[in-house]
Design a protein around this ligand. Structure first.
Ligand code: NAD
Length: 537
């Protein structure tokens, strides 16, 4: 493991132009003079500051957003899609600027930064292509067909609040927003305090792509102040972050009687079956465990390996882990970058030292690397981990994985499911049917077969989210759009009010209604077979 000795392009505070950061900070419309410092993890030095917004500033941003939404929802779907497509083009065009910014703010490797950058145009294309079909009104069965008809139209919920984390600040600040925007909602985004500049850069690109004023605004500041005011004033909240904060957000959304989606933490298992291709599984596991230095909600922190292949897998896995290059270059040389800050480094160290104190063995890693960066930590593999250790059950959110030998599929599934989380799981086998059977028994929102997480995450047509304490609701796919829409029923009677006609005695009318209900039940069961949810064209 090494940092590059000769490469001068190491991340520093000069990687991005300070004037461009000042310009970005000015996009936050607030009279507040108090600011929050933003620090580059690769050097632990300040790169600039953003406004520390008050509750009053957030309230004003939401009011502006509400006004802007009135005309934004009137723009045609094709116009909204065109803006989102132009924005996707700009993200690809300005990739160097965005990647530099992501790296400076997070300390992640260039490769990890590219992974999140590419997610943005992919999600934009998906929603721009699918939105018309998804939001076309649907014909439903009326109360008394054909005397009455009914259809469902989809209207935007209004102002959507987005609260995003620091680990994937580029994609997670904007991809949920893209789905909401294309549906006719406006956005007020509260990025994490540690990574506000990338969110502001995206705001600038959205404006350049043609988004009208106030349709996408960014409010910077503290979670407990800005985040909570947002939840008190918007019509829907989409939150990505820790399970702990997710509970606070859900409770507040409940008090305000607004809907929310919560993408929370994970303690994701990876299962290697006895018939897996060991070399491929080991390579995949390295990616699943150490992408973004393990600071990925979907990353693997528990590895269950069939005892018959345990030794050969461990040998391959440890070898591949040791070959990972750790560094803070702005080139593609380093495969793993820094942790975000001292707090995250302390958490990783405390999980490892608690495990070692209680009898775990470090197979590789287990050390901070301040020679490379102040918050760098080696990719670490632990064995002999028991359930009382913190690392066994709590999300580390760092480059630490525990490996366990299991006696077969049943034990692997039982252990994988023995967690309060249920976000992502990974299964490795050469036998697709076997892997599918295992997948069907895992309690989580996504299962990837013969891949760690990308196959699931990048399948933007499919819903992504967690069960148990990993969250509520789904992003991506039609589900990721419909959460931001209010389905409204419009029912029409062709025969006037549905009540007894003036010429008919009431008793006759009641008998008639009962007979009609019987006939209706027959028709309903027949039409169910034929598929009654036809789309209006
Ligand atoms: P966090 O919960 O501390 O912060 C997330 C966001 O919430 C930040 O913007 C923060 O300012 C804001 N916030 C903090 N307190 C708040 C409050 N009281 N009200 C409203 N907002 C508040 O999470 P984090 O530590 O920044 O992120 C790491 C966590 O996020 C990990 O647990 C990780 O698994 C999870 N995560 C999940 C996903 C997913 O898709 N499931 C994706 C990325 C990260």
């Amino acid at each position: 493991m090494s940092s590059s000795d000769t490469e001068p392009r190491v991340l520093s505070t000069t990687t991005v132009d300070t004037r461009s950061l000042q310009h970005l900070a000015a996009l936050v419309r607030t009279p507040e003079s108090e600011t929050i410092d933003v620090v580059a993890p690769a050097t632990n030095e300040s790169i600039g500051a953003v406004p520390n917004c008050s509750k009053a500033s957030v309230g004003r941003a939401v009011e502006r957003s509400r006004r802007a939404q009135k005309s934004w929802k009137q723009t045609s779907i094709s116009e909204r899609s065109a803006i989102i497509n132009r924005f996707a083009d700009l993200v690809l065009e300005r990739q160097k600027w965005l990647l530099d910014l992501v790296q400076v703010e997070t300390g992640k490797s260039r490769t990890d930064a590219v992974e999140e950058l590419l997610d943005v145009p992919q999600t934009c294309s998906y929603y721009a292509e699918s939105v018309t079909d998804e939001l076309t009104p649907t014909v439903r069965r009326g109360a008394l067909p054909p005397a009455t008809t009914a259809k469902v139209v989809y209207e935007p919920v209004g102002v959507v609040g987005v609260i995003s984390p620091w680990n994937y600040p580029l994609t997670l600040s904007v991809t949920d927003a893209v789905a909401a925007l294309i549906g006719g909602n406006t956005i007020v985004l509260k990025p994490d305090e540690k990574t506000p500049f990338i969110a502001l850069a995206l705001c600038e690109l959205l404006t350049e792509a043609g988004l009208p004023d106030d349709v996408f605004q960014v409010v910077t500041g503290e979670g407990a102040v800005v985040g909570s005011k947002l939840i008190d004033t918007v019509d829907y909240i989409t939150f990505t972050g820790s399970t702990e904060t997710g509970r606070v957000v859900a409770a507040r959304a409940g008090e305000n009687l607004i809907d929310c989606s919560l993408e929370l933490g994970g303690k994701n298992p990876l299962i290697v079956l006895d018939d897996a291709d060991i070399e491929t599984a080991a390579r995949g596991a390295v990616q699943a465990c150490f992408t973004n230095a393990g600071q990925l909600c979907l990353s693997t922190e528990r590895l269950y390996v069939d005892e018959s292949v345990f030794d050969s897998f461990i040998s391959e896995f440890i070898g591949a882990t040791r070959r990972l290059t750790l560094g803070t270059e702005t080139t593609f040389d380093a495969e793993m970058g820094s942790l975000i800050n001292q707090k995250q480094l302390d958490r990783v160290e405390s999980h490892v030292s608690d495990a070692v104190t209680h009898g775990a063995e470090v197979l590789t890693g287990g050390r901070r690397r301040t020679d490379i960066g102040p918050f760098c930590y080696e990719p670490t593999v632990l064995t002999n981990v028991t359930e009382t250790m913190q690392v066994a059950t709590e999300e580390t959110f760092g480059p630490v994985v525990s490996v366990y030998s299991v006696s077969g599929v049943t034990e692997a599934i039982t252990k994988a499911n023995d967690s309060m989380y249920g976000l992502n799981a990974s299964v490795w086998s050469k036998n697709q049917d076997r892997a599918q059977t295992v997948a069907s028994q895992l309690d989580c929102g996504t299962v990837c077969i013969n891949d760690g997480y990308i196959a699931g995450w990048a399948a933007v047509d499919t819903p992504m989210g967690g069960v148990k304490h990993s969250g509520l609701g789904r992003r991506h796919g039609p589900e990721g759009l419909h959460r931001f829409m209010e389905p409204k029923t419009v029912a029409t009677s062709q025969v006037g009010p549905i009540t007894a006609p003036a010429f008919l005695p009431n008793a006759w009318y009641i008998h008639g209604l009962i007979a009609l209900t019987r006939i209706q039940r027959r028709i309903q069961s027949l039409s169910k077979q034929m598929g009654s949810h036809r789309r209006l064209r």
